[in-house]
Design a protein around this ligand. Structure first.
Ligand SMILES: [Zn+2]
Length: 457
């Protein structure tokens, strides 16, 4: 199958770094750039060299140390910026100068205080100058989505004529809607002379939560480069999230039949490294790499997951580098999940023993905030030492234990079923990660209801 190849342009170190609290020093940027190289991104925008000496140095050291990816340096549309970017890129095997200039009337009038004519001339001159230094030149008309379309076409055409090899269409303020953004990309292809010879790129911000949707719409309309950032960091609400773009294409090739060179197993490690360096945590429910992205707490979900992960997972944790599917043992968990955790800790139980362990687990869960593996092991030892209250078990069973649940044959049968049902692309996640079962137990005062969930799914 011949799927179009999408260039992944990572701007974590430039646009991402501009987000509050995300600044990094030179060493940190270099370390992250090396991880981006392992991840397989095609272009690393390493910084904005004229912005500060630190930025200059970071671009310089990244350019000197990485040979495979293209290294881009950002420059405003003026000689001084372009020269400084080019200077920082001297050691690069594959340098790119990225020139930008705002084109919307609101930016021209209030920010730049120039006319459209002056804007057109400045864009042309800056690209031409960049091209005289570097064969790979990208041009971005900033605030493109709020620019008069006819004027946008004029500026893009001038930039291409002056030598730009990539034209990037930024939704700088995150204002566009997917259909609208896709149509803009189509319009440019219809109206701009020479655009078929350059790469069209997307750069979408997330102010309305649509950065990824807009980027994908751009790709469907013909864009072949996507600018994005790890964890979706970037100005204000952030940039398009790299991991979401890549996995949307990978999980739904029927809708998005495109290839990227990203090594999926490095997505989660890259996300973790960025969070560690910037100390900006990832929201737990963040798609693909959030703490809860592969966690299943509800008993019915856990039960389905253990029988066949495909019931509730559209991609494997391993495919994005998450070590294991995390079954969170909490208020809504069932015996099945508890049994699996026990098995991962090296203990298999007969039904009656498991009943007692589960009963005690629930009491413990009510009493302390977090149940760790160590607590569970203590509890297991306690039960193993013969301190089983059989009358309690019988009593509970007699009252609440539904017959269907009693037929659960855990753990061997379930593990085998999960293994057998899992397709090649989705192996069962039953391997343990001892010590990691940190479990968030909500405060509850529902002792009267305890029996209900004790015997629930
Ligand atoms: Zn941006």
């Amino acid at each position: 199958m011949d799927r179009p190849r999408i260039t992944i342009f990572d701007t974590t170190l430039r646009d991402g770094e501009q987000s509050p609290g995300c600044s990094m020093n030179v060493q940190e940027k270099l370390r992250l750039a090396q991880q981006l190289d392992r991840l397989g991104v095609d272009v690393i925008e390493a910084g904005f060299p004229i912005a500060s000496d630190g930025d200059f140095e970071a671009v310089q050291s990244i350019a000197a140390s990485l040979r495979r990816p293209i290294i881009a340096g950002l420059a405003r549309a003026c000689t001084g910026d372009v020269d400084r970017a080019w200077q920082a890129l001297q050691g690069a095997a594959r340098p790119r100068v990225h020139v930008f200039l705002a084109t919307s009337d609101i930016h021209l009038k209030y920010k730049l205080r120039i006319t459209r004519e002056k804007c057109l001339e400045q864009a042309r001159d800056a690209v031409r100058h960049a091209k005289s230094l570097c064969p790979d030149v990208e041009f971005s008309p900033e605030d493109a989505t709020r620019t008069d379309v006819a004027f946008l076409c004029q500026v893009v055409e001038a930039a291409i004529a002056a030598g730009a090899t990539t034209v990037n269409i930024p939704d700088t303020v995150g204002y566009s809607m997917p259909e609208e953004y896709g149509n803009l990309i189509r319009t440019l292809q219809e109206r701009v002379a020479g655009i078929d010879k350059v790469t069209i790129s997307t750069h979408c911000h997330n102010d309305l939560g649509l950065a990824v949707a807009n980027s994908l719409a751009g790709v469907q309309a013909g864009a072949r480069q996507v600018e994005c950032a790890i964890n979706g960091i970037g100005e204000r609400a952030g940039n398009a999230s790299l991991e979401e773009i890549v996995m949307a294409m990978r999980v739904r090739p029927d809708r998005y039949p495109y290839e990227t060179a990203i090594a999926g197993e490095h997505l989660y490690p890259s996300s973790q490294m960025l969070a560690e360096i910037t100390r900006v945590p990832v929201q737990p429910n963040k798609a693909i790499i959030g703490r809860n992205a592969f966690a299943h707490e509800a008993g019915i979900h856990q039960d389905g997951m253990l029988k066949n992960p495909l019931t509730y997972e559209i991609m494997t944790p391993q495919s994005v580098g998450v070590p294991d599917s995390r079954l969170v043992l909490g208020k809504h968990s069932g015996r099945h999940a508890l049994a699996l955790r026990c098995e991962q800790l090296g203990h298999q139980f007969e039904r009656r023993e498991l009943d007692e362990i589960y009963r005690r687990f629930v009491v413990l869960a009510d009493r302390i905030k977090k149940v760790q593996d160590s607590h569970l092991l203590e509890l297991i030892q306690d039960v193993a030492s013969g301190n089983v209250s059989s009358s309690d078990v019988t009593g509970s069973k007699g009252k609440k234990f539904p017959p269907a649940a009693a037929t659960l044959q855990f753990p061997r049968a379930v593990s085998a079923a999960a293994g057998a049902n899992a397709s090649d692309s989705h192996p069962a996640q039953v391997s343990g990660s001892a010590g990691q079962a940190s479990v968030s137990i909500p405060f509850t005062d529902h002792h009267s209801e305890q029996e209900d969930y004790l015997w629930g799914v």
